[in-house]
Write a protein that binds this ligand. Structure first.
Ligand code: FES
Length: 201
């Protein structure tokens, strides 16, 4: 073989190696991309979990608590009696944020009842200290002789009143979170959305 022929073979060989390397590189990128893209794309399950949920409240009896799950969080719906609502004005001096100044609720729940309708209380059932789930304790005298009802977190002893407002001198720093919600009718609410488009962090 002449040196010219050798040069042609060598050039062909280099071209093949270059193409093969590029192809392997391309496969490598494609293979690496699949897990990344599937990780990045929200799963159908996550999307379903983030969607607002409708809750039928027609069967909820006075003092009863209903728990539903939205975005993986427990959401309470509690039907408060007039007697329960009357306790709210009696504990304000003992509360850390009685007027709900902290941004823990949508604007329509920034009131004494922390709700749209006083009768129905909707809240995220997660303690604002370290995330335990407090117990619903509407029983007067149940936690202490002066207890008028509310929520008690057994993890470190935080207490909230029946509007989810945190007491002073407990580890939890803030009132319970009120999620965005709205009434679809007198018997049905939708949790996770509202007319203002409020987002829960
Ligand atoms: S998590 Fe509720 S008091 Fe600590």
């Amino acid at each position: 073989m002449s040196s010219k022929d050798e040069d042609v073979v060598d050039l062909k060989r280099r071209c093949f190696l270059l193409k093969a390397t590029t192809a392997v590189g391309g496969v490598g990128i494609a293979a690496a991309s699949v897990p990344f893209i599937s990780y990045w794309m929200p799963s159908a399950e996550a999307e379903a979990e983030a969607r607002p949920i409708k809750v039928d409240i027609s069967q909820l009896q006075p003092t009863q608590q209903l728990t539903v799950v939205w975005r993986g969080k427990p959401i309470w719906v509690i039907r408060r009696t007039q007697d329960m609502l009357d306790t709210l004005g009696k504990v304000t001096d003992e509360l850390r944020d009685p007027l709900s100044e902290d941004d823990q609720q949508p604007p329509y729940a920034k009131n004494e009842y922390r709700s749209i309708k006083p009768e129905f209380f909707i809240a995220v059932g997660i303690c604002t200290h370290l995330g335990c789930i407090p117990n619903y304790r509407p029983d007067k005298g149940g936690i202490s002789p002066d207890w008028l009802g509310g929520f008690y977190c057994p993890c470190h002893g935080s207490k909230y009143d029946l509007a989810g407002r945190v007491y002073k001198n407990v580890p939890a720093p803030k009132n319970l979170i009120i999620p965005p919600y709205m009434y679809l009718s007198d018997n049905e609410i939708e949790i996770g959305t509202d007319k203002e488009g409020t987002e829960l962090e």
